[in-house]
Design a protein around this ligand. Structure first.
Ligand code: PHE
Length: 332
């Protein structure tokens, strides 16, 4: 019995097998158990001798089963680990992650700075009325920007907005006073594309209307903006200009952030770079929107986002921004 049992134990490869062998020999009706049960029938002399032998065999078999069980468990563990092995030397699969377009990055940065100063973001449609884009903004009937050769007209009343300034009109008509908004968005002009012109481009408009707003508020706001955007040491310079919708009007230059005003290729040796147009909202524009210019005043400014992105990232051709060449875009 012992030899048979040991042979069977040895052949087991699974925990279930070994359990079957155990039941067969040591279980309630197992062969060894049966012998132990039959001990009563033996004589006084035989009983201790047979009993000793059977118990020894039983202990031996129990020990063998235990060792074999441990062995099988160990093997199973190794097999499991082997199957779960990861080859850490294998090259990983490359995942390409999308990024924000440089224009969107600049827009986000501008929004962040201006909302930090309390401006709300307002948006308007890209298809505008001629009235909102020109008339309400006090553009004289013969203003050159109205020409068919400068503006994409859809019909005599509708056009693709040439600037974000019509959002001023929409805001002043719709919003309760005081108003403090920026409005980023696409604009369109009938320009042949070249390194500095694109028929589609982006502007960001700013508008503040409240009681007692004056030029110092405009200057302070823009000064805070350029310092945050171009760097603390940036200075601004207001040059007199003319826009139909502001009076007085100015073009605003900043010290070249590359050469810090000493003159370089970026600022064409001038030390200054023009970045935006601005001024005090013309009383006619306020009146066109139902606001009393004797009670309220305001300032407005508008800047080209593409131009600012080009300056910041030193991009020398605006067309690169809209060709969607991944080799170009991946650099930002
Ligand atoms: N809309 C003007 C432009 O396109 C910029 C501007 C906006 C100027 C607001 C003054 C005030 O040139």
């Amino acid at each position: 019995i012992k030899e048979n049992a040991l042979l069977e134990i040895n052949q087991c490869t699974k925990i279930e097998d070994i359990e079957n062998v155990r039941v067969k020999y040591l279980g309630k009706k197992g062969e060894i158990t049966n012998i132990l049960k039959g001990m009563g029938k033996l004589s006084q002399d035989e009983r201790p001798i047979i009993g000793k032998i059977v118990n020894t065999v039983r202990e031996e078999l129990e020990e063998s089963i235990r060792i074999k069980k441990d062995h099988i468990k160990e093997n199973e563990k190794y097999e499991k680990l082997r199957l779960e092995t990861i080859d850490v030397t294998m090259p990983s699969r490359k995942r390409s992650i999308g990024k924000k377009h440089p224009i969107t990055q600049i827009m986000d940065e501008l929004k962040y700075i201006f909302t930090g100063m309390g401006f709300k973001v307002a948006e308007g449609p890209e298809i505008e009325t001629v009235y909102n884009n020109f008339d309400a903004l006090n553009a004289p009937k013969n203003h050159p920007s109205r020409e068919m050769s400068d503006t994409f007209y859809i019909n005599e009343n509708l056009l693709l907005r040439t600037q974000t300034s019509p959002v001023q009109i929409r805001a002043m008509k719709a919003m309760p006073l005081p108003i403090k908004i920026i409005s980023p968005g696409r604009c369109f002009r009938f320009d042949a594309p070249d390194a500095t012109h694109s028929p589609m481009f982006h502007q960001l408009e700013g508008l503040v209307i409240d009681k007692d707003i004056n030029m110092t508020h405009l200057k302070g706001t823009l000064d805070a903006f350029v310092k945050q955007f171009f760097g603390e040491s940036t200075k601004t310079k207001f040059r007199p200009h003319n826009f139909p919708f502001t009076e007085p009007s100015a073009e605003v230059d900043v010290t070249c952030f590359k050469c810090k005003g000493t003159g370089c290729s970026m600022c064409k040796g001038e030390g200054w770079i023009e970045i935006l147009g601005a001024g005090m909202v013309h009383p006619n524009v306020l009146r066109n929107c139902g606001i009393d210019p004797n009670e309220y005043s305001g300032f407005a400014f508008g800047m080209g986002i593409d131009r600012i992105a080009m300056l910041k990232y030193e991009i020398d051709d605006i067309r690169l921004l809209f060709e969607n060449d991944m080799r170009f875009l991946n650099q930002f």
